[in-house]
Design a protein around this ligand. Structure first.
Ligand code: T5A
Length: 222
């Protein structure tokens, strides 16, 4: 039997396309929550445990498959969920159970945006996997929205220092337009969970807006 993942009140996710600035915002959110006296676990997907980080390495390696072999969309999705299953059980749930906040750079919405919107996999298949594999979901998701060209330009600048784009970053602009449209559609469909933040602005402005959105959301909780 599959059960819809339940929302957890101290579980917050950050979403967005390439170069949206999630890493920068995550630091600001963590600082704000810590300043209020909370333990905070900041983590990322794919990744967040030693095994999940190894799966991340496979997923992002442009040479993950052999010559003449491509990574099938279904393989990509299942590896994302394999990493997520480890991450939820070994990092996220233990942190929530001991009373910490968890701020996660990407979660299941990224699978919908990239493997659903980007690769064309059926959203019902992704929901069914989530129902079987992931018992929780965030109660607040901050979507950092930036145009594809601007985001890719930022990611390119960062990659110059890091050794080039990863396998997914090598996709064409059309792929990332579908990713962006899927994120925005999900935000529109679930306005109680999502806050969309204009991430085209300077990093300090975006971070301040994200922290304000988190604080406003916390104050509105019963
Ligand atoms: N993925 C992930 C899936 O396909 N399915 C899934 O289910 C999941 C979970 C790895 C990849 O995996 C895919 C999506 C990804 O392709 P990732 O580690 O989050 O996911 O990798 P990226 O999204 O590629 O992470 P980026 O680093 O590109 O994005 P960030 O974290 O949003 O951006 P950040 O903060 O590193 O910033 C990038 C650069 O821009 C600058 C920063 O200084 C940095 O140099 N910057 C700004 N510059 C100007 N103005 C601003 N407001 C700026 N904000 C940041």
């Amino acid at each position: 039997m599959s059960i819809a993942p339940r929302m957890h009140p101290r579980f917050v996710s950050l979403e967005g396309g390439e170069g949206a600035g999630k890493t920068t915002v995550l630091v600001a959110l963590r600082s704000a929550l810590q300043a209020a006296g909370n333990e905070v676990v900041s983590t990322r997907e794919p990744g967040g445990t030693p095994l999940a980080e190894r799966i991340r390495g496979l997923l992002l390696d442009q040479n993950a498959a052999g010559a003449g072999e491509t990574v099938a969309p279904e393989t990509e999705l299942l590896l994302m969920f394999a990493a997520r299953a480890q991450h939820v059980r070994h990092t996220i749930l233990p942190a929530l159970e001991r009373g910490a906040w968890v701020v996660c750079d990407r979660f299941t919405d990224s699978s919908h945006a990239y493997q659903g919107g980007g690769r064309g996999l059926d959203p019902a298949f992704i929901d069914a996997l989530a129902a079987q594999v992931v018992p929780i979901r965030p109660s607040l998701t901050l979507l950092l929205d930036v145009g594809v060209a601007q985001g890719r330009e930022r990611a390119r600048g960062r990659n110059l220092a890091l050794g080039g784009p990863d396998r997914i970053e090598r996709e064409r602009d059309e792929f990332f337009e579908r990713v962006r449209a899927t994120f925005l559609a999900r935000a529109a469909a679930e306005p109680a969970r999502f806050r969309v933040i204009d991430a085209s602005r300077p990093a300090d402005v975006v971070a301040a807006d994200a922290v304000a959105a988190l604080e406003a959301w916390r104050e509105a909780q019963p």
